[in-house]
Design a protein around this ligand. Sequence first.
Ligand code: SME
Length: 202
Amino acid sequence: MPHADTAYIPQGLSKAEFWQYVYDQLASLLEGQRHWVTNLANASSLIYNALLAFTPHFGDGDRAVNWCGFYIDSPFFPTPRLSTSSADDPIYSHRLLLAPFCGKPACQLINVAPGKARGVCADAYVQRKTVLVRDVERYPGHIACDGETKSEIVCPLIATSGGQETVVGVLDLDCLALAGFDEEDQIGLERIANLVVNSCDW
Ligand code: SME
């Protein structure tokens, strides 16, 4: 079984080299596995732990990434089989649900319905493009899950199948520092989001 060693990040990497390293580790980790829950669980752990080891750009100090994970469109979650809940229950209606992540507990539901969408994740999902937030307090509608978060980046997960593109959710990272993420991180994370989403069956 392929394995990725997230505890080891070579010293002195540039950001571009770091993101390529994480990409290669992730590609190896996801090989031969197509279930989205399993792949997103491993992807969030690998990215989060790699960033904690990537000093001086991030690391485990005041520039640390304090949350890394996914929100996925509710129709992709399993429908209940053993309980009496109805699939028509509002909690199963179309919205982003908390999916595999690393970090502190976070908000479970994010509304993406027209006129009700609010926050960084909803904006990235609805607009189908990455949202890079240098100061979360200045972002209208930002949903604060952890009061210590200062900046954030959210990439849409766009699955490509039969020439058709479907947005299935988002990859979200939070940082303790203002302007924690830059355009180089955006390029690296967009490649990783693309790898992850297209390594899964939806
Ligand atoms: N800040 C996000 C909510 C998710 S947490 O950051 C984990 C938002 O505004 O959508």
